[in-house]
Design a protein around this ligand. Structure first.
Ligand code: TYM
Length: 334
């Protein structure tokens, strides 16, 4: 039997992934390549929905791809590619845009959050249609599962709705994907503001742990993470959101269950605990940073790996688009 298919994407909008990207998404991508037919893309078309410098975009796209390989994606088992290399993403996005209601698109909360920064009328139409391009990414590959953090739930619901609508109107074409979200790591929060998610666009530098950061600053940030009143290490999301976030991080990185961690630090105060969290983060990130640097030192080879991914992805995308074109009623090219 064919393996179920998995697809996910990550934006090249920063010079490094952060701990939320890693625990909420990328780590699952690595695990899922063992059991799934895996497609992962660096979504550069999504990155230009906000103003972007060409050189920064090129650099960040390579840095993103290098981090994916460095985190453990194996080019033999996973198809890792850059979204803009596969033209069908934008083509399918257009078809889906024409199936989406204005009101439906306007309900997307990420657009509301992101456009609030520019003022809604200054935000690009691309930012508005962003979730529809994401739906195209997923449906194009007939993905069964999509490993993401909790912030992507609404976009996955839209993807299913659009897939279903297309199938209903034009005949069965798309697999309807299920989100793959691990509860324990679905929302890693900002170290300085544990009520907000850790985010490239809105966290302050002190609130965010970058995968490519050096051990010194990483340790400092964990030690300075906002903690809660009291001194006991307890998991209590409501009254101790800061400590609970660190417990989730420590548990995910070390594989120790949260109740066992709580027992271990009983009577020891926050200091010892934070020191151990810092070490776990440094231990997880250091090899990824070193491998990323190595991959980036040979851009020709990295670009070649991405070209292999693009060819494999294009093959699947082309087949889906052929079907879509026919069903929608576009004339074949004689
Ligand atoms: P992006 O680039 O913002 O984030 C990449 C992945 O990281 C997850 N994530 C988090 N998980 C837990 N805690 C956090 N603090 C945290 N911050 C980010 C995100 O949920 C995501 O899984 N729209 C997508 C990119 C995309 C995509 C796709 C995803 C484009 N096409 C197709 C899946 C399938 C995004 O902006 O992710």
């Amino acid at each position: 039997m064919a393996r179920p298919r998995v697809l996910s994407g990550i934006q090249p909008t920063a010079d490094s992934f952060h701990l939320g990207n890693y625990l909420g998404a990328v780590r699952q991508w690595v695990t899922l390549q063992e059991t799934h037919d895996a497609f992962y893309c660096v979504v550069d078309l999504h990155a230009i929905t906000v103003p972007t410098e060409p050189d920064a975009l090129r650099r960040r796209s390579r840095v993103a791809a290098a981090q994916l390989f460095a985190a453990g994606l194996d080019p033999e088992r996973s198809t890792v590619f850059v979204q803009s290399h596969v033209r069908e993403h934008t083509e399918l996005a257009w078809v889906l845009i024409c199936l989406t209601g204005m009101g439906e698109a306007a309900r997307m909360t990420q657009f509301k959050d992101k456009s609030a920064k520019f003022g809604e009328s200054a935000a690009s139409v691309g930012l508005f249609t962003y979730p529809i391009l994401q739906a195209a990414d997923i449906l194009l590959y007939q993905a069964d599962r999509v490993p993401v953090g909790a912030d992507q739930k609404q976009h996955l619901e839209l993807t299913r709705d659009l897939g279903q609508r297309f199938n209903h109107r034009f005949g069965d074409t798309f697999t309807l994907p299920e989100p793959y979200i691990l509860k324990e790591v679905e929302k890693i929060t900002d170290l300085q503001d544990p009520s907000a998610k850790m985010s490239k666009s809105s966290s302050s530098p002190a609130g965010i742990l970058d995968v490519l950061e050096q051990p010194g600053p990483l340790r400092k940030k964990v030690m300075r993470a906002v903690t809660d009143t009291g001194s006991e290490v307890l998991f209590d999301e409501e009254n101790k959101p800061g400590i609970s976030n660190l417990l989730r991080i420590q548990s995910a990185l070390t594989g120790t269950a949260i109740p066992d961690l709580v027992n271990r630090y009983e009577g020891q105060g926050y200091g010892t605990f934070k020191k151990d969290v810092a070490e776990a983060v440094v231990e997880a990130f250091t090899p990824i940073r070193e491998r990323t640097e190595k991959l980036l030192s040979d851009e020709t080879e990295l670009d070649r790996m991405l070209a292999v991914g693009a060819r494999r992805a294009s093959e699947v995308a082309r087949q889906t688009m052929e079907m879509v074109r026919d069903r929608v009623g576009f004339l074949p090219l004689a």
